[in-house]
Design a protein around this ligand. Structure first.
Ligand code: GAL
Length: 716
């Protein structure tokens, strides 16, 4: 017999039909400003938000304009049938949706069929990816999150119900040219293989506000240490201590910035599976080595995967808390169990963190199926293998972040798996896929899903490709060369060495701006790297206008209607439009409002499509009218806590300019106790257009890293 419960949601009223499962719904309750939750049936104990241990930033949420429940409640439907939960959310004509995690090929998600499943990305946007976050955001200005640690099947506007009020007309393919194999669908439908689930709806009013609310509800975006935004080089697997020291010296001698070096598997005595201890032949004296590197201004990040070798000192202790199946012969800790976390944490602390290791690169916690534990594996906590797979990246990020928090030292590392609720973790996702174009699409998609992504540089066929890749990685959350197998250095292509140095130094110059934009990610939930569709005035407004426009005469309106996956925003003001190998010219869509060339300050356009031929040495970057970009001198290392840096404040355009520069010690968690400051920067034109800039004084008793201030009015 079909057991079902059908729920039409209403904040005050709900209708139950055939409740033979006796499941309950809570209706919708506003759990934070602009955030509503409903509980359907009996949800699993382990979900994404509790695995991530989120602490909603309620104060920050209350600072966003108040909003009504953003969807027609009666059109959200949930049914629990024979142990599975069926969800339906409405879509209207012309609506576009974004998100569903770290996709690489597409930004538009309407019409997609996905099975959200943590995995190493395999080249197809089918839901199997490093962070298959079950969150989507609509250009109508709302977001939806499914708080489940199951493999979810998503029909993002593909199914057509016979009772749909918007059902497409049946057509005869023999004779009707309008017949289509994909008729119109008016809903996102999701199958949750569990007897219940929590669902969340995030209000706008804009799509960006919905994303902000999701990030803030997850605890606010991460704030990396200042050094985390500097340059990082990962060295070949079997490098020894003296080679690593030599690497750091070479960077300094050649004038390349460097803040941290990543050691790959060879720092451990065995890897794949791992021992979590130093290899004594390559690193005979780890404490002195770490100290020496720190004296050179270089921190160290350690690669690891979570699978424990029988040669590891923690093997016997952790064995009772591991799964039935192994990975490469190593045991898989059940990180939902406190004892397993404690045993692993103690090893990381005593052997690495306490001697000054700054962070980790947590590899192989995503897939592939061929080597990861199968779904038939059993874990001692009795969480299913599926649930552990979906949350393992979150659990690892949380465990390590907590260790650094205990020491009141920030970390910034890499991870290959994440999921919903992970916005606050100081980790950047990477992978082995290496398509430059798709890496940029992933960077855009990361901004819709509360994760960070680096288009890392490893190797290149030509110096052109090398430089083009370097130009984009410096406009990303982690400016990194991953030379674990290639052994490349920034200067590996001598004919572009100068240009690579310049772009790496530009990254350092932009640090005050980038650091502030990460602070806004933390305090306001605004992703520092975002797709154009989150830009005000870019899609929603223009879309309505489009109806009255002749497309032939209005390429801008047409352009904004298309999926844009090769240009993006970096922070409040910068629009970045990369070129890829083989390209000498490209089109850039400048949203409505005036835009200026970042390098020259010259006017570039307003609500139009421009064609640019920038030369190999430049990545096209444009600044919004009134844009204020606080920059510092090109230093080789990020300023240490309390170290002054000189500020060059660049201003673009003609509009009154306003920006708040963020400052704190750059290294500890004291900002969580209010020990930070925002300094107001203003640029005002007088009647004749002459510009004056002011910056407010440093707050008394608060961190103050700003030395002398100079102004550069770029648009004269
Ligand atoms: C891969 C990882 C690479 C590198 C390599 C070392 O799984 O994606 O970045 O760390 O392992 O073996």
């Amino acid at each position: 017999m079909k057991k079902s419960i059908l729920l039409y949601f209403g904040i005050s009223a709900l209708l139950l039909i055939n409740d033979s499962l006796c499941a309950q719904t809570s209706g919708w309750s506003e759990v934070a400003p602009g955030v509503w939750k409903s509980v359907i049936g009996n949800p699993d104990k382990t979900d994404l938000f509790n695995s991530a241990g989120i602490k909603p930033a309620i104060d920050a949420l209350s600072r966003i304009a108040s909003a009504e429940f953003p969807l027609p409640e009666k059109n959200i439907v949930a049914e629990v049938i024979n142990g599975k939960t069926y969800l339906r959310f409405p879509l209207v004509k012309d609506e576009q949706i974004f998100g569903f995690g770290l996709n690489f090929k597409t930004v538009y998600q309407r019409g997609k069929i996905l099975q959200l499943h943590v995995d190493h990305y395999g080249g197809t946007d089918n839901g199997r990816t490093h962070a298959p976050v079950p969150f989507y955001v609509s250009d109508m200005g709302y977001g939806v999150f499914i708080n489940s640690s199951r493999y979810l099947t998503v029909y993002a506007g593909s199914g057509v119900r016979k009772d749909s009020p918007d059902a497409p007309e049946e057509r005869d393919r023999n004779t009707d040219k309008q017949w289509t194999s994909r008729p119109y669908s008016d809903a996102v439908e999701i199958l949750v293989p569990a007897t219940g689930v929590e669902i969340f709806v995030f209000a706008g009013p804009t799509a960006l506000d919905a994303v902000r609310r999701y990030n803030l509800y997850s605890g606010g975006g991460c704030l990396p240490p200042r050094w985390g935004l500097g340059f990082t080089q990962r060295v070949p697997t079997l490098y020894r201590a003296e080679q690593v020291e030599q690497e750091a010296r070479s960077f300094a001698e050649r004038g390349f910035p460097l803040d941290f070096i990543g050691l790959e598997p060879g720092w451990q005595s065995r890897s794949y599976p791992c021992t979590f201890e130093w290899d004594s032949t390559r690193f005979p004296d780890p404490p002195s080595f770490v100290k020496k590197m720190k004296e050179m201004g270089i921190r160290l990040n350690l690669w690891t995967n979570p699978y424990v070798s029988s040669f590891s000192p923690i093997y016997n202790k952790i064995l009772p808390y591991t799964s039935s199946h192994t990975v490469w012969g190593g045991v898989v800790p059940d990180l939902t169990i406190a004892e397993a976390r404690e045993i692993l944490s103690e090893q990381l602390l005593n052997n690495q963190i306490n001697i000054g290791i700054s962070g980790y690169k947590i590899d192989e916690c995503d897939g592939y199926d061929h080597w990861l534990w199968p779904d038939v594996a059993k874990f001692p906590s009795e969480n299913s293998a599926e649930q552990i797979r979906q949350t393992y990246g979150l659990l690892l990020q949380k465990m390590t972040t907590d260790l650094y928090r205990q020491k009141n030292t920030r970390t910034y590392g890499l991870v290959r798996a994440s999921n919903g609720g992970g916005s606050s973790f100081p980790y950047v996702i990477y992978n082995d896929y290496y398509s430059h174009e798709d890496f940029i699409t992933a960077l855009i998609n990361s901004g819709y899903s509360g994760v960070l992504w680096t288009p890392e540089v490893r190797s290149s066929k030509t110096s052109e490709e090398w430089l083009r890749r370097m130009q984009t990685v410096i406009f990303s959350p982690m400016a990194m060369i991953n030379a674990w197998s290639s052994g490349t250095k920034p200067w590996s292509f001598p004919d572009v060495e100068k240009e690579v140095r310049e772009i790496a130094l530009l990254r350092m110059q932009l640090m005050p701006y980038l650091y502030t934009e990460f602070a806004r990610y933390h305090f306001e939930g605004i992703p520092p790297f975002r797709g154009m569709n989150l830009e005000p005035g870019f899609s929603i407004k223009s879309k309505a206008e489009l109806k009255n426009k002749n497309l032939d005469e209005n390429p801008y309106a047409e352009a904004v209607m298309k999926e844009i996956k090769d240009q993006y925003m970096t922070g409040e003001y910068l629009l970045v439009a990369p070129l890829f190998s083989g390209q000498t010219t490209r089109e850039v869509i400048l949203p409505e409002g005036k835009w200026y060339d970042f390098y020259t300050g010259e006017y570039a356009g307003d609500g139009e499509v421009i064609k640019v031929t920038p030369g190999l040495d430049k990545i096209p970057v444009y600044v919004k009218d009134g844009g204020i970009i606080p920059m510092m001198q090109p230093m080789l290392h990020a300023p240490a806590s309390g170290q002054k840096f000189d500020l060059e404040i660049r201003y673009y355009g003609s509009k009154q300019g306003y920006y708040r520069l963020y400052d704190d010690d750059g290294e500890t968690f004291d900002y969580e106790k209010g020990i930070y400051s925002w300094r107001e920067i203003k640029v005002t034109p007088d009647k004749k257009g002459k510009l004056t800039g002011t910056i407010s004084k440093a707050e008394k008793g608060k961190p103050d890293n700003v030395g002398t201030v100079t102004w550069k009015f770029m648009t004269e």
